[in-house]
Design a protein around this ligand. Structure first.
Ligand SMILES: [Zn+2]
Length: 71
């Protein structure tokens, strides 16, 4: 197995799906390769966290971004 280059579904940037990550996915039983680059995945994670924390002052901004992003 070796590193793979994938294209991000969200920002069309090319990113590396490393051997280590591929092993991690296999261990977890994921059948699909990641669809997004690391920065998009991190952003999604933060948006998810933002939606769960309505009391946080920046939760509103995150929700707006999420709406624009899913259009
Ligand atoms: Zn991306």
């Amino acid at each position: 197995m070796s590193d793979k280059t994938l294209t991000c579904k969200d920002c069309s940037v090319q990113f590396i799906f490393s051997e280590g990550e591929q092993n991690f996915y296999k261990e977890k039983g994921f059948m699909n390769e990641p669809q997004r680059c690391l920065s998009c995945r991190t952003a999604k994670k933060q948006q998810r966290r933002g939606r769960n924390n309505f009391s946080k002052p920046n939760a509103f901004g995150n929700r707006m971004e999420f709406r624009f992003g899913s259009k």
